[in-house]
Design a protein around this ligand. Structure first.
Ligand code: ASP
Ligand code: MG
Length: 401
C-alpha cells in the first residue's frame, strides 16, 4: 500500500491512512506500506537547499530531501501502534534498497527482501520511506520526483506481492483530465503499455519509471483513492478484451514548441549532426518530420519542450554555417495531443476518425506521428482543450449521463 503526499498531508490524513492499513491487516492481508513526504514538503526542502546554496551538492541534497519521507513513515508507524498494529518504520537503508550512485535520480539496483520479510514474519507492518535508497557506500540517494511510486513497485516485486496499491487523491486513472473534459470517466482496467503512454504524456497519477518497472516485472497496480473505499483503476498486463476498446484515453502536452529548419541540404549526416548537437545539450526531441526533398533540399520540423526552446535555438545557430539550412522558423504556441489504445492494433480507421473529428471543428493538424497504440498530432495550443473534448466524445469515451 503506497500513500502519496496528499494521503499523508496532515495529522487527520495520517490517522486515516493508519485506519486503512489496520483494516487491511484485520482483514487478513500482509501489508507493507510505502509513504511519500507530506504534501508540499519535498518542494519546501528543495527550495531550502537553493536558498542556502546556488548549487547544492547532490550528496547533501539527497540527504536533505530524503528527510520528508522519514517524517511520514515515523508518524504512520506511531499511529499504527496506537491501533494495536505493530507498524515499524524502515528507511531506504533499513529496507536494503540499493541504488546506483546517480544522486537525485538514482536507479534501484536491487532490494534485499530479507529485512522486510523478517518483519512480516514477526507480524509487523513495515512502513517504508519512498523515494530513497542507498548506494554501494551507504550514501543516501533519491529516485527522482515522484519516486515513491517506484519504491512501491520495486518492493512489491521483491516480495512477490499480489498487488501494488497506489493510494492517491483521485479515485483512479481517467480517460482524460476531468478538469478539461467534464465527461471524462474513470478507467476500470488498462494495460501497462497504455498507462505508460498516458503517464509519459502527462497524466500525473503515476511516475513513468514506476510503470516501466511494473510492466517489466508484471506487478499489477491498483490506483485508488485514500479518501474512500471505491475500486480504482487496475493497471495490468494486456488481456484480449482490452482490444475491444478502440481508444482508452486521451492525453496532451501543451508545453511543447516547434522548430522548423527550412531548406536543409539533403545529404547523409545532416540529421545526425542536428540531433547530436541537441542531444549534447541534453535537449529531448519529440516528434520529428522530414519532408521529401525538392532540388536537393528538404525541410525538417521537430518539437522540444517549450522550456528547452531557447537552448535548442542557441545550439542550432552554432552549427548553422556547417550544416547550412536557409532559415529557422519557430512556434511556441503548439500542443501535442494523443489518443492511446491497444485496440488500434486490430482495428482500422482510428486515424481517419481522429482527423475527421478535428477537421469538423476546423482544427488544423501541423504534424502527425503514430505508434502501434498511439496517434499523436501537433496543433495550435489554443485549440487543445476543444480537441480533447471532441475526440473524447467521438471515440465514445464520454460518461453516459
Ligand atoms: N516526495 C517525493 C516527491 O515529491 C517523492 C514522491 O512523493 O513520490 O517527488
Ligand atoms: Mg506521486
Amino acid at each position: 500500500m503506497k500513500f502519496g503526499g496528499t494521503s499523508v498531508g496532515s495529522v487527520d490524513r495520517i490517522q486515516a491512512v493508519a485506519d486503512r492499513i489496520a483494516a487491511a491487516v484485520r482483514a487478513g492481508d500482509r501489508v507493507v506500506a510505502v509513504c511519500s513526504a507530506m504534501s508540499g514538503e519535498t518542494n519546501r526542502l528543495i527550495a531550502l537547499a537553493h536558498e542556502v546554496s546556488a548549487r547544492p551538492l547532490p550528496r547533501e541534497y539527497d540527504v536533505l530531501v530524503a528527510t520528508g519521507e522519514q517524517a511520514s513513515i515515523a508518524l504512520v508507524a506511531m499511529a499504527l501502534n496506537d491501533r494495536g498494529v505493530a507498524g515499524r518504520s524502515f528507511t531506504g537503508l533499513q529496507a536494503a534498497i540499493r541504488t546506483d550512485r546517480a544522486h537525485t535520480k538514482a536507479r534501484i539496483v536491487d532490494i534485499d527482501p530479507q529485512p522486510l520479510r523478517a518483519a512480516l514474519e514477526r507480524g509487523e507492518v513495515p512502513v517504508v520511506a519512498g523515494f530513497q535508497g542507498i548506494d554501494a557506500e551507504a550514501n543516501t540517494t533519491t529516485l527522482g520526483r515522484g519516486g515513491s511510486d517506484l519504491t512501491a513497485v520495486a518492493i512489491a516485486h521483491a516480495l512477490n506481492a499480489d498487488v501494488c496499491e497506489i493510494y492517491t487523491d483521485v479515485d483512479g486513472v481517467y480517460t482524460c483530465d476531468p478538469n478539461v473534459v467534464p465527461s471524462a470517466r474513470k478507467i476500470e482496467r488498462i494495460s501497462y503499455e497504455e498507462m505508460l503512454e498516458l503517464a509519459s504524456l502527462g497524466a500525473k497519477v503515476l511516475q513513468t519509471r514506476s510503470v516501466e518497472l511494473a510492466m517489466k516485472v508484471d506487478v499489477p497496480l491498483h490506483v485508488r483513492s485514500s479518501f474512500d473505499t471505491s475500486e480504482g483503476t487496475w493497471v495490468t498486463r494486456e488481456v484480449p478484451e482490452m482490444e475491444d476498446i478502440l481508444v482508452s484515453g486521451i492525453a496532451y502536452n501543451n508545453r511543447e514548441a516547434k522548430i522548423s529548419l527550412i531548406d536543409v541540404p539533403d545529404q547523409p549526416g545532416i540529421a545526425s549532426s542536428i540531433f547530436s548537437t541537441l542531444a549534447d545539450q541534453n535537449i529531448n526531441v519529440d516528434m520529428i518530420i522530414q519532408n521529401i526533398s525538392i532540388d536537393g533540399t528538404t525541410d525538417m520540423t521537430f518539437t522540444v519542450a517549450e522550456t528547452d526552446l531557447d537552448a535548442a535555438l542557441d545550439a542550432l545557430r552554432s552549427i548553422q554555417s556547417d550544416v547550412g539550412w536557409e532559415h529557422i522558423e519557430t512556434d511556441r504556441e503548439v500542443a501535442k495531443l494523443s489518443v492511446v489504445g491497444v485496440g488500434m492494433r486490430s482495428h482500422a480507421g482510428v486515424a481517419a476518425k481522429m482527423f475527421q473529428t478535428l477537421a469538423a471543428v476546423g482544427i488544423n493538424i501541423q504534424m502527425i506521428s503514430t505508434s502501434e497504440i498511439k496517434i499523436s498530432v501537433v496543433i495550435e495550443r489554443k485549440y487543445v482543450e476543444l480537441a480533447a473534448r471532441e475526440l473524447h466524445s467521438a471515440f465514445g469515451l464520454d460518461a453516459s449521463a
